[in-house]
Design a protein around this ligand. Sequence first.
Ligand code: C5P
Length: 223
Amino acid sequence: MAGLVVAIDGPSGSGKSSVSRGVARELGLRYLDTGAMYRAITWWMLREGVDVGDAAAVAARAGEPELVVGTDPDAPAIAVDGVDVAGPIRGPEVTGAVSAVSAVPEVRRRLVARQREIMDEACRDGAGIVIEGRDIGTVVAPDATVKIFLTASAEERARRRTAELTGTTLEAQREAMARRDQLDSTRPVNPLAKADDAVELDTTGLTLDEVIAEVLRLTKERT
Ligand code: C5P
């Protein structure tokens, strides 16, 4: 692969999005939020009234939604069937249902193929891409230039997420995140996992700038 690929995985609230966007900006790379793609498909399933607990029903409709995904780190856009869903995909309905939808193999097969296309295009047309998710280093980009697995204590991850959202408590957030991480790491297909050759970076107590600086240092080391 000609371009630079920075793969960033980790559980919810580990700081993946802010770190990935910052790194992409610094290096002049494209940026892909794969979680937003799973969220957008989930939003569409809910809108269509598909029972997200019924894996066969989700699989049967997985090819219908038309996703348009932007890769600008300053304005990561996402639309489904022509509807801008950047806001609604962050709501509690989608967040509560996304792990069930993303566990469906047919959904993953389609989105992973799409993510690889976006990655190849960024490497062909530009300097490369920062991709964040749960299975980037293990499945989507096993040959990535650098693989980072971000972690932080459960307390800190819940605190960060609570600060971003309104109408939630630290305790409710901690429970919701633990549930989602449990589902994401125990699904049979492409679970949340650290690649063997990924560098684990515990961001507890670090500032965003410190984490970005460390990812830039690790990237430089490998290029
Ligand atoms: O990163 P974010 O929290 O927005 O991801 C939402 C959900 O999408 C995750 O909880 C997980 O179920 C799913 N996901 C995934 N694989 C990825 C990225 C996200 O299964 N590569």
